[in-house]
Design a protein around this ligand. Structure first.
Ligand code: SAH
Length: 257
């Protein structure tokens, strides 16, 4: 972290804040306090409406939302905005969906701040996978079943992301796959090629923790079909089927929504 003693005392550290995946219930108390004390909030597209509604009206908001592939505000521009606002000496909150440290380009923004000797702090949030697992009534790790949990991205800067498919294809493995909708067919193909069973359970959870949350249970053979049914952001819980009770409750909520 930046050496706070090397900074002019008038410049408060930028706060990287995790908003959680959507509902205000999934915001930490620290995050709420920070939003109330902020002067400028620079936020992403994935921050839920309920969380946005908690930002006091006098706080300046800067939307740097990006659409899945093909950013509308480039990362370079975001870095410039962040540095510009931080240098203004105001209390800046950089609000990101989920946990800023998971597929949140946090390192790039920190590097930009460091280049200007600007300080920062990180307040983590609940990541989409944790809340998705809770929604299907399951843990992400189970004693006697999976000894690790992989957090994967479906695509990276080079396109569809290569992974340790052989390791993941072993029976009992569990992964939370982010940004996996567009690469669903690729992921399925790779896993089957490396010996995963087509009947391996998985669950797509769409719009986690929002009013329009949907649970799509299935198997590896269904993955591309399930992904094509989702309009909103989705996390794929590979190797995990929902508990029946969780599905029943979810269907009741979905019917009401
Ligand atoms: N920092 C975020 C992840 C950002 S990457 C976190 O910790 O959750 C963006 C991906 O996260 C999306 O493509 C999707 O896979 C997942 N994601 C984020 N918010 C989500 C939500 N509310 N519902 C489902 N998936 C979500």
């Amino acid at each position: 972290m930046t050496d706070l003693h090397s900074l002019p005392p008038s410049v408060p550290p930028v706060l990287f804040l995790g908003a959680g995946p959507g509902a205000a219930d999934h915001l930490t108390l620290g995050a709420l306090r920070a939003l109330e004390a902020a002067e400028v909030v620079i936020h992403d597209r994935l921050v839920g409406d309920e969380v946005m509604a908690l930002i006091p009206p006098h706080v300046q908001r800067i939307d740097v939302g990006k659409e899945g592939f093909g950013p509308s505000v480039s990362q370079k521009e975001i870095n410039q905005i962040l540095v510009r606002e931080a240098l203004s000496g105001q209390r800046i909150v950089r609000l990101k969906g989920g946990d800023p440290g998971i597929f949140g380009r946090l390192d790039e923004e920190i590097t930009a701040l460091e280049a200007h000797r600007l300080a920062y702090r990180i307040l983590p949030g609940l990541t989409a996978a944790s809340v998705a697992a809770a929604a299907i009534g399951q843990p992400l790790t189970r004693r006697g079943q999976n000894k690790s949990l992989r957090i994967l991205t479906g695509h990276d800067m080079a396109g569809f992301a290569e992974q340790d498919w052989r390791g993941l294809a072993r029976q009992g493995e569990v992964a939370a796959i982010y940004m996996g909708k567009k690469s669903a067919r690729f992921i399925q193909g790779r896993l089957l090629m490396y010996g995963a069973r087509p009947e391996t359970p998985l669950t797509l959870v769409e719009n986690v923790s929002r009013a329009d949350q949907r649970i799509h249970p299935g198997t590896l053979s269904d993955l591309p079909g399930l992904a094509s049914c989702c309009d909103g952001p989705a996390v794929i819980l590979f190797g995990i089927a929902p508990r029946d009770a969780a599905i029943t409750i979810a269907r009741i909520h979905e019917a009401k929504a």
